[in-house]
Design a protein around this ligand. Structure first.
Ligand SMILES: Cc1cc2nc3c(=O)[nH]c(=O)nc-3n(C[C@H](O)[C@H](O)[C@H](O)COP(=O)(O)OP(=O)(O)OC[C@H]3O[C@@H](n4cnc5c(N)ncnc54)[C@H](O)[C@@H]3O)c2cc1C
Length: 435
């Protein structure tokens, strides 16, 4: 289903019905803007059962938690959820790695790792999503030194279209295309990720930043700690969320004109701060500070759509000014924007491929038609910066425009043709962009 015309599902989601009923005809994504067109929904309990589902269907697609806003997880064939597969988590303390079942969520994995003295270097804003789903779309947190979570993956185990179990690791020349893959190569059963020693983080919110200070000092502001987000309405509200690893220097943002918040905050003033992870400098484990939102609460607003564009970090101020010029146009459909950074990485279709990026994120109101109208304007304003979109969020950039922005695009197409020659794992989005 076209994510910009899913009005019926959007209306139901607005009315608070259950978000993701995993039955054919009822399944839809978390936001409610995509009703999956799957003919059947399967929840295999073993790798063998999964392989037999794959070989007996012409079209198959895995879905994780269903938190993507684009049609990236949709299929007209068999939709497969791996939530009933054994929840394998195997820590290899000698090699600092974990092998984890694809359907495990970060909320399940992270405390387990912490309890054994390990950590992931970074996390997205929410722990509700699956490891495989997050890695397949290039999900990321923030930090000048932090690539996407997919960059931590050193091995992927896939069921391919012939039902075979295939393993790709960093020694494979095609590994750069294997992790951020939009589920188009096969169904991942397990991923192995590099770990770092467990660490503690403190979170601080600064607010009252002026637009002038933000646009002129954005690169310094966002580089001030391990992981930094700036929330902005492009108008009057600009706040800085600082996640500092304990023992790192404590940044002083007072020279920017911002002030420390006088209590806990939610990025959206209308939402309860209690839904967020602890702030006010209280030290705590990495997995309870790096995500903005608590695992046992609603993340963000719930009534929303999202888009995100990656532009070169060294042109951050210019790119922000370009979007600022559209503030009157986007204001009516915008909840809030978030600015984050990402280190350059080698993933072939990852938005951070080969360049340090500023990620400009938009949390839109749940208005598919209105968002569909403003996205082309945002994409045109960002055109001088060759924006690359987040695959799990909404965008309208044409395939021929986008392909020119990724140096390894053709390599990904070739890998897909080699691993999935019949297009078993294709869907409308992968066909549109990769043929
Ligand atoms: C409230 C909210 C906050 C968000 N915050 C962030 C953020 O901070 N940073 C960020 O980058 N993104 C963010 N996102 C987007 C989100 O992280 C991505 O869309 C992510 O892909 C969702 O994971 P999922 O498990 O729901 O995957 P799904 O949306 O279910 O699937 C995503 C893709 O993964 C594929 N896939 C899933 N499982 C498998 C498998 N086993 N094998 C092969 N392919 C598979 C699917 O086919 C699909 O292509 C946010 C989304 C929401 C709703």
């Amino acid at each position: 289903m076209d994510p910009f015309t899913g009005e019926a599902a959007v209306e139901e989601a607005r009315n608070g019905e259950s978000r993701t009923a995993w039955e054919a005809g009822k399944a839809r994504n978390w936001a409610g803007n995509v009703s999956f067109s799957a003919a059947t929904v399967h929840r295999p309990e073993s790798a063998e059962e999964l392989a037999s589902i794959v070989v007996s269907h012409e079209r198959v697609k895995a879905v994780g938690s269903g938190y993507s806003f684009s049609t990236v997880a949709d299929t007209g064939g068999a939709l497969v959820r791996l939530d009933r597969m054994p929840k394998v988590i195997e820590v290899d303390g000698e090699r600092n790695r974990v092998r984890v079942a694809a359907g495990v969520t970060f909320a399940e994995l992270a405390p387990y790792l912490h309890g054994r003295g390990f950590a992931l270097p970074n996390l997205g804003s929410l722990p509700h999503i699956t490891i495989a789903g997050a890695c397949a779309t290039g999900t990321h947190g923030s930090g000048n030194g932090q690539p996407s979570i997919a960059a931590d993956v050193c091995e992927v185990e896939l069921v391919t279209s012939d039902g075979a179990h295939t393993r790709l690791d960093r020694s494979s020349p095609e590994f750069g295309g294997a992790v951020i893959s939009l589920g188009a190569l096969g169904i991942a059963t397990h991923l192995t990720l590099d770990l770092v020693p467990a660490y503690d983080v403190e979170q601080y919110v600064w607010e009252g930043l002026s637009w002038e200070a933000l646009v002129s000092e954005v690169e310094a502001i966002i580089a001030c700690a391990y992981s930094v987000s700036v929330f902005t309405d492009w108008n009057r509200q600009h706040s800085i969320w600082v996640k500092r690893r304990v023992r790192d220097p404590l940044p002083d943002l007072a020279p920017t004109g911002a002030l420390p918040a006088d209590g806990p905050r939610h990025p959206l003033a209308t939402m309860p701060a209690d839904n967020c992870t602890p702030q006010e400098g209280l030290p705590g484990p990495w997995w309870e500070r790096l995500p903005h939102f608590r695992a046992d609460r609603l993340p963000s607003t719930g009534n929303e759509l999202q888009s995100e564009y990656f532009v070169p970090l060294d042109r951050a101020g210019e790119a922000l000014s370009a979007v600022h010029g559209l503030r009157d146009q986007i204001g009516p459909v915008l909840h809030l924007s978030e600015l984050r950074t990402q280190a350059a990485e080698e993933t072939w279709i990852g938005p951070g491929c080969g360049r340090e990026s500023l990620a400009i994120h938009f949390t839109w109101k749940l208005d598919s038609a209105g968002v569909g109208r403003v996205l082309p304007a945002v994409e045109t304003a960002l055109e001088p910066f060759s924006p690359r979109p987040h695959w799990g969020k909404l965008f309208t950039i044409a395939p021929e425009t986008l392909s020119a922005r990724f140096p390894r695009w053709e390599d990904f197409r070739a890998l897909r043709a080699a691993l999935d020659p019949e297009g078993t794992f294709s869907n409308s989005l992968t066909n549109r962009y990769f043929g």
